[in-house]
Structure formats: C-alpha cells, structure tokens
Design a protein around this ligand. Structure first.
Ligand code: SF4
Length: 444
C-alpha cells in the first residue's frame, strides 16, 4: 500500500498575536512580509512549517499563555524537527534567552524592533542556528497593505516606544524610547490604504499625543490629524490611540473640533483617583491635572466620548484611595472604563513592592468599577435615545445576524436592521433603545 502524503507547494506559517492593537498591526506586517516570501497562512500549528507567537508582556497572564502554547508544541517539534518555532514582540524583548531556557525547542526569539527582518531571520534558523534578534532599528517598514483583517479599516503605527516609565509598566523596556514616523510617510501610507478600500484609519502610539515631539521640527499630533484630514479625502474617520493626560492641548482640541472626520473619542487613562497612588505610579500628574486635561478637550469638543483605564490593587492602594477612584469615575462621567487588576512585572520599579493587595480584593474593586461604569454608560446612552447619529458600518452583528453594527464618531456601538450589506458605508441611524454597551436604532 502506498502512503499518501500531502505535499504543499508553498511553505506555511501559523501566527497568533496577543495583546494590544499595535501587536495586531505588527503581526499583520510580519504576515505581509512572509506572504511576499511565498508563505501561505494556516489556521493550525500542526499544519505549519513555521509557528510564530506575537506576544505581549504587559501582564503575567499573557506570558504564561505563551509558555503554555509553547509547551503544547513540544511533541510536534519532536515529530517534525524541521518545524520552526518563534516568539516575537514584547515578551521576546523582555525575556530574551530565558525563552530558550524554559522552552528549548524554540528556534527564534525576535524583539520589538526586528520583526521586519523575519524572513532573513528564518533563513538563519534554516541553516541550523538558533537565532535571537533584539537590537533596535529604525521604524522603516515596507508594509504590504493588502494584509489586514478588515478591508474597510486599518491601523497605522505613527510612533513607537514610550519615555514615561510609569512604575508598573514594562513597555518602555520592551519598546524603547519614543520614535515618530514623518507626517509625509504616514500620509502616503494612509493614501495607499484608502486606495485599497480603507475608510477608517486608527493611528497608534503608546502616548500618541506626544507624536512628533522627538522629531523636534514642529511636528505634533494636531499637525498630523490636520494633514490627514486635508490630504486624504475618502477617509470617513481618523482615530488615534492612546493618550496621556500630560499632553492634552488646545491645539489638539482644535484639530479634533475643526475636522469633522477626526474621531471624537478620547482614550485617556487616569489609572487612579488618588494623588498618592498616581505619584507612586510615576504618572506625572495629579487628579486636578487630569481634570484640567479633560476640560481642555471638552471645552472645544461637545459630547466628547471619554474612556479611561484604571488599575486596581496597585501595591499599597488603600480602601480610601480606591474610593477616590470610584468618586472620580462618578464625577467625570466617562463613557467607558477599562479596568486592570494590578499584576507585578519583573523589571519594573513597582515590582520590588510586591503584590500586597489580595486577588479577592482586587477582584472586588474591579467589580465595583465595572458596575459604576455600567450605570454611567447606561445613563449616557439613554440620554441619546431619540437622536440621530452617523454610523460607520462594520458588518453583521455577532449577537444578532439579522442586524448590522457599526460605530459613531464617538466610538459608540450601534446596531440596526438593514436589508443589504452596508459595510464601510456611513449611514444615518435614529436611536430607539440601548444597553450600557450598545445603542439600537433604525436607518433614517
Ligand atoms: S505612559 Fe506609562 S503606562 Fe503608558 S506606555 Fe508609557 S510607561 Fe507604559
């Protein structure tokens, strides 16, 4: 009897990304590069010649997940020693050769600045070498814009790195100092994406509001938003993530207010309502400074949609200090909150302070913030019922296949029935009902 084996004409790659939008975009860039080298993407590691994990180091849980994944690949690697296993991104930059020690069957460790060399690094592995590439290079990347999960939306990396060194955060160590791409380069990339069907771009940076400052030539986020708005017609929406309270300026507020296709959604992490905790976190502002930053933006942008991040259970956070966070949440009327239970990260300054707040207590505080936020979101959404909004349609609703879903320029999710595919179109919807997270309506 002849054994039939499937022979693939092209090499195959499995890639799983974890963590933030920037990781998702970087993994798209990696896939684009490998596609040009002839690779075909597959959905299972068992079908792949190359297995890559694009990793996150912000939380311990994310790193444990990667080691778990690597553990399950050990058997596969024994059966197929020619299979290449690689770890890329923040955890690679952070753990370095510890990854080889904990998972000796890994062949490739690639840090946050070398992902564009993935094809060349894979060649080195094929020559029998175990490769670790962690050094920093500049931002240039020859992007294959056709590789992206959605046809109508795309992320663009405007800058990388962070100079802030919050005491809980590993990012400045994994991503290095702030480096901004030029306005010209970003406008060119936005035009290419627009020509390929993209109607919404999101500019990414760890502190996007410091975009351009490292170039010392007058470039700012406000300048970039204006140029994109003026020069790239056809984009329905221009969004930006993530902001830091120290850099909210009237110039930025005006750039948003004066350009209708720039999103009115501001993700402005506050992290705590206690001045003492903020100082311990080295956030660089007080609660009053944060209030002023919000005022600067709200003064020019009516109904600004403001979302924030909270860390609960930071070492030493008392019950009274946590209550100050809850009070601030109520006071500032956020549209949304992302809550994170503190997780100590080796290599950060806060790591030495241990993790004294118990898991149960963190879970309790987490739940309180979520419940308070839910009340606030619901109240704000109810006030919108009866009004009309422009919705950029994203596709069929995951929860109800009879409905379509999209977002407003304030990043509010809207669901509505429609008889045809309106993906990528801007439609007007009258709001009729809501939950805390979703608005419902009908086409006008
Ligand atoms: S601003 Fe702070 S939390 Fe944000 S990336 Fe920089 S160091 Fe991390």
């Amino acid at each position: 009897m002849t054994e039939v084996t499937q022979v693939r004409a092209r090499p195959t790659v499995f890639l799983e990304d974890m963590g933030c939008q920037m990781n998702r975009l970087d993994s798209e860039l990696v896939l684009g590069k490998l596609k040009r080298e002839g690779f075909e993407r597959v959905d299972q590691p068992a079908d792949a010649d190359v297995v890559l994990y694009y990793t996150c180091s912000v939380r311990e849980h994310a790193e444990d997940k990667v080691y778990g994944r690597l553990g399950t690949l050990r058997r596969l690697k024994e059966e197929r020693p020619e299979m290449v296993i690689g770890v890329m991104g923040c955890m690679a930059q952070n753990h370095k050769d510890l990854i080889f020690k904990r998972a000796p069957h890994v062949d490739l460790v690639v840090g946050t600045s070398r992902f564009e060399d993935v094809a060349e690094l894979l060649d080195e592995v094929k020559h029998g070498e175990r490769v670790m590439a962690l050094d920093r290079k500049d931002l240039a990347f020859d992007r294959d814009i056709s590789v992206r999960p959605r046809r109508d939306q795309a992320f663009i990396t405007a800058m990388r790195g962070c100079n802030k060194f919050c005491t809980f955060c590993i990012v400045p160590f994994t991503q290095g100092r702030e480096r901004s791409r030029s306005v010209t380069e970003l406008v060119k990339e936005a035009k290419q994406l627009r020509d390929d069907g993209v109607v919404e771009i999101t500019l990414l940076g760890q502190r996007i509001d410091t975009y351009g400052l490292d170039r010392q030539d007058g470039t700012t986020l406000a300048v970039l938003l204006e140029r994109l708005h003026e020069d790239v017609s056809g984009l329905e929406r221009i969004s930006y993530l993530t902001s830091h309270p120290n850099h909210m300026s009237d110039e930025l507020a005006r750039a948003v207010a004066d350009h209708p296709r720039v999103s009115r959604y501001l993700h402005l992490p506050v992290q705590s309502g206690s001045d003492r905790v903020l100082q311990e976190m080295n956030r660089g502002y007080t609660v009053d400074d944060y209030r002023r930053a919000v005022d600067v933006m709200r003064n020019r942008i009516p109904d600004l949609s403001l979302a924030t991040d909270w860390i609960v259970g930071f070492p030493g956070e008392t019950e009274a200090e946590f209550d100050q966070s809850v009070d601030l949440l109520r006071e500032l009327d956020f549209q949304g909150s992302f809550v994170f239970k503190y997780s100590p990260r080796a290599g950060t300054r806060a790591f030495d302070r241990g993790d004294p707040v118990s898991r149960d207590e963190k879970a309790r505080r987490n739940q309180i913030i979520l419940e308070e936020q839910k009340k606030s979101s619901l109240r704000k959404n109810r006030a919108r019922i009866g009004s009309e909004v422009d919705v950029l349609v994203e596709g069929i609703s995951k929860r109800n296949s009879a409905k379509w879903t999209g977002r407003t320029d304030r990043n509010l999710i809207v669901c509505f029935p429609a008889g045809k595919d309106l993906t990528g179109r801007l439609v007007r919807v009258r709001l009729t009902d809501c939950t805390a997270l979703t608005l419902f309506g009908e086409l006008v």
